[in-house]
Design a protein around this ligand. Structure first.
Ligand code: ATR
Length: 285
């Protein structure tokens, strides 16, 4: 379908962050709007920290349906909104805002995007599954909180800096559900947990371009009963996933999380189901 002409009826959406550098989001969303014939336009908008409040207040009074937020504003944006969805509140970060009647409401679609990608790619549902998460940064937090919300039976967080894993597990138990423990990134405790785990997720940056040969845990710890997921998407198939696949595991690439978190935002803004394959096509490297 031809893109809608930009006119007074066009609904704007955008990505707020700084520096934005290269982002897949404008191409992914604009192609999706075009595919469904929606008169929407997605813009990258660089916003300095000191201007976040002024810019978001202005956007709420313009023809914006909403926006995405990225580094470094995902936490501070929460002070600029009228309402926050309970899951985003528990995660402590917002990546999507919708604007209705001048009111801005914050959501977090990162964990939802991860789970949707995992469930659709692997055919496994997360309810009643045990999960090990490697890493304890922002992405691990969104994934752990959303897994707790969706009924995972046990979540184990494992991080190089152990106190961060412990802090995250306490937060999940307090604000999500009492299902999370932390372990140190050591062979003994990790082996003990992985033997009885369904899903293993790497949220660390290990294996990301240019250090493409690295994997976050020892190869011997990867067993064929695991569904192995990586949130790193450059390279698209990380060394961790290649090793897991060689061992017979089902694998889930990080690009899926990127697309499905975008699809969840798209649905919040437009009220329509996102055209997933168009979005994948738009961001093929
Ligand atoms: P994001 O928001 O994408 O999750 P982040 O908040 O910077 O990114 O988190 C990065 C994660 O990768 C952290 O858990 C970090 O571990 P530390 O808390 O110990 O720093 C983890 N990480 C980064 N480099 C690592 C490495 N070489 N080995 C193990 N973990 C690493």
């Amino acid at each position: 379908m031809k893109p809608s002409p930009i006119d007074t009826q066009t609904k704007l959406v955008g990505l707020l962050g700084q520096p934005l550098g290269h982002s897949f989001s404008p191409a992914m969303h604009n192609r999706a709007f075009e595919a469904l014939g929606l008169n929407f336009c997605y813009l990258p908008i660089e916003v300095a920290d000191e201007n976040l409040e002024t810019v978001t207040a202005g956007i709420a009074r313009m023809n914006f349906a909403g926006y995405n937020i990225t580094i470094p504003h995902k936490i501070r944006i929460m002070d600029c909104l009228d309402a926050i969805d309970p899951l985003a509140q528990a995660i402590g970060a917002v990546n999507t805002v919708i604007i209705q009647d001048g009111r801005s409401t914050g959501y977090n679609t990162d964990g939802i995007g991860f789970i949707q990608s995992l469930e659709i790619t692997s055919g496994l549902t997360v309810k009643d599954r045990s999960v090990v998460i490697l890493g304890s940064g922002g992405a691990a937090r969104a994934i752990a909180m959303t897994l707790a919300h969706r009924g995972a039976s046990r979540i184990t967080v494992c991080n190089r800096t152990e106190r961060k894993a412990l802090a995250l597990s306490l937060d999940v138990n307090r604000q999500g559900r009492d299902c999370c423990t932390a372990i140190p990134m050591l062979a003994g405790p990790m082996e003990a947990v992985l033997g009885d785990t369904d899903i293993l997720v790497n949220t660390t940056s290990v294996g990301m371009h240019p250090q493409k040969e690295l994997i976050p845990i020892k190869e011997t710890m990867i067993h064929d009963h695991l569904v192995v997921c990586d949130i790193v998407y450059n390279p698209r198939r990380t060394q961790f996933l290649k090793v897991a696949q060689q061992k017979g595991c089902r694998i889930v690439e990080g690009l899926g999380m990127l697309v499905y978190q975008g699809a969840a935002s798209f649905q919040l803004w437009t009220g329509q189901e996102a055209p997933i394959s168009t979005m994948f096509d738009a961001i093929q490297p």
